[in-house]
Write a protein that binds this ligand. Structure first.
Ligand SMILES: Nc1ncnc2c1ncn2[C@@H]1O[C@H](COP(=O)(O)OP(=O)(O)OP(=O)(O)O)[C@@H](O)[C@H]1O
Length: 497
């Protein structure tokens, strides 16, 4: 055994370059042995090599054979990868969290350079698999701090509410789970809308979180200390709607309504009036609603006295209002009155990358509520759940999670259990994304031919395709599209020109 430091160093080469080479080789070996997997891409972003450890992620990524995976563009086979960013910038990403079909990982990405310093590829290292369990102490501490922060915020809100003696919104923007580009952009627009006093129109399929967003907008608005009054127009019989909106004057009716009743417009005075399912508004009452919104005045039923009210209106619908206007079932003037700040709430299938986060939050909430332990979802179960169309959106996903919990599947929920519940819930069974088929590979061969053309032309074509895809994915929103492509807005406009 060496007894002194100098003895320890006797085997080291003498010159600096050899020492550096030795250090680089040793570091590579350390990473290769100690990490959970390594992947190498060439300068065009094609996967050229994976190590033994990485191979075990292939099934969860949808591949059964290594040869189907190696040779593909990395972004096509590893969702949410940032390897192309490392290739483009030449800068490493030393530590990052990557979530995709195979799970959540702590990863590192390094550019590889030739002797002239040019980037010729990049190395991706999976440092930790399943950070939820492997980095448990760290994640648990983080989760605890987050929970404490949320509780402190809630307690503060309750305190303020009771001090003011008013009802307040149940949800803030933080309750709207999601960080996909479309959702980040939606929250940004909604925050801005919260500061204005103009009407907001929330458009989106059922269960996408329109009501939740209405609460968040109210809570972030200068009227947050005022009341938030909701009315679900589809749930109130047509004959009762006018009284519900504007109230009933005392003595106007006999029976229960003899003493009169305060309507929602009056109740919302000083706060926000949330008109849910506005597309179901009976045509006959639309003129009265429009007048009230234009004049900020209304008449209670059985009264001929005009009453003033001051409420900010947020309306929501899952119906196609433009179509209803075309069909003469929704007044055009009312549509324009409400459509001042329209916000599109995207369906879950357009933001599948948010599903793991929504799943995590809802599982925690439902497990707590039902006094059950918080289970883990296997990557395969996650992949299956992410692949569904979710026609009922978050509400439908929530129902499936609740069923999975109540079936008592134990600490781990796998794809088999998820498939059983999906089927029992009447959801069309959609397989998790699969390995590349023979015909898809044939397309790959054709692609090879297409690659033998001037590079500039190919880059331009690819850029145009990427921009079109990003604009489609963000319903034409250029700010969100630029964010998705990780390019500046100015550059996007330049390219569009
Ligand atoms: N982004 C989200 N994060 C967390 N929970 C969500 C999200 N979106 C929706 N939810 C939950 O899903 C359920 C349905 O949401 P909400 O009622 O707001 O949808 P909606 O669009 O108003 O539906 P509908 O048009 O049918 O009234 C609620 O339990 C809500 O808390």
């Amino acid at each position: 055994m060496p007894s002194s430091p100098s003895e320890l160093l006797t085997d080291l080469p003498k010159d600096a370059q050899s020492i550096l080479n030795l250090a680089a080789r040793s570091l590579f070996d350390v990473f290769a042995n100690a990490s959970e997997g390594m992947l190498l891409v060439d300068r065009s972003g094609r996967v050229v090599w994976i190590n033994d450890q990485y191979r075990r992620f292939l099934p969860a990524l949808g591949f059964t054979r290594e040869e189907d995976f190696v040779g593909q563009t990395v972004s096509a086979v590893v969702q949410n990868t940032l390897m192309h960013q490392v290739l483009a910038t030449g800068k490493p990403i030393l530590i990052d969290l990557l979530t995709n079909k195979a799970g959540t990982f702590v990863v590192s990405r390094y550019p590889l350079r030739d002797d002239a310093g040019r980037v010729i590829g990049a190395l991706g290292v999976v440092l930790f698999d399943q950070p939820q369990s492997n980095l448990q102490p760290l994640m648990a501490k983080f989760a605890l701090m987050q929970r404490e922060l949320d509780e402190a915020r809630d307690a503060l809100a309750v305190q303020r509410r009771s001090n003011a003696g008013l009802r307040q919104a149940k949800h803030s923007f933080a309750s709207f789970v999601g960080s996909s580009a479309v959702v980040s952009d939606l929250k940004r627009q909604a925050r801005r809308a919260a500061q204005s006093s103009s009407p907001v129109l929330l458009l989106g399929e059922t269960g996408t979180g329109k009501e939740l967003l209405a609460h968040a907008i109210h809570a972030a608005s200068p009227r947050a200390r005022g009341p938030l009054v909701s009315i679900n127009i589809a749930a109130v019989p047509e004959t009762l709607l006018e009284a519900e909106f504007f109230g009933v004057a005392p003595g106007a009716y006999t029976g229960a309504d003899r003493k009169g009743r305060v309507g929602k417009f009056k109740l919302a005075d000083g706060g926000t009036l949330f008109l849910d399912e506005i597309g179901d508004m009976p045509l006959g009452l639309q003129a009265k609603l429009l007048r009230a919104l234009q004049e900020n005045e209304f008449e209670a039923l059985g009264s001929n006295r005009l009453e003033h009210f001051d409420a900010r209106v947020i309306a929501a619908t899952s119906r196609d209002l433009v179509q209803l206007v075309r069909e003469g079932r929704f007044r055009e003037d009312l549509y324009y009155r409400l459509n001042v700040l329209p916000l599109r709430v995207p369906p879950l299938r357009d933001r599948a990358s948010d599903i793991p986060a929504v799943l995590e939050v809802m599982t925690e909430e439902l497990a707590l509520r039902n006094g059950l332990p918080h289970p883990e979802f296997t990557p395969q179960a996650l992949a299956l759940l992410c692949a569904q169309h979710w026609r009922g959106n978050v509400r439908e996903l929530r129902n499936v999670i609740e069923q999975l919990l109540l079936r008592g599947e134990g600490a781990v929920i796998d794809d088999e259990a998820a498939a059983v519940v999906l089927q029992a819930s009447g959801l069309a069974h959609i397989e998790a994304p699969h390995a590349v088929s023979a015909s898809e590979r044939a397309v790959g061969v054709a692609d090879q031919q297409a690659l033998l053309r001037p590079l500039n032309q190919q880059v331009r074509e690819l850029e145009a395709q990427a921009i079109q895809a990003a604009l489609r994915a963000t319903s034409g929103n250029k700010v969100a599209a630029a964010k998705l492509l990780d390019m500046s807005r100015a550059k996007l406009y330049q390219r569009l020109d």
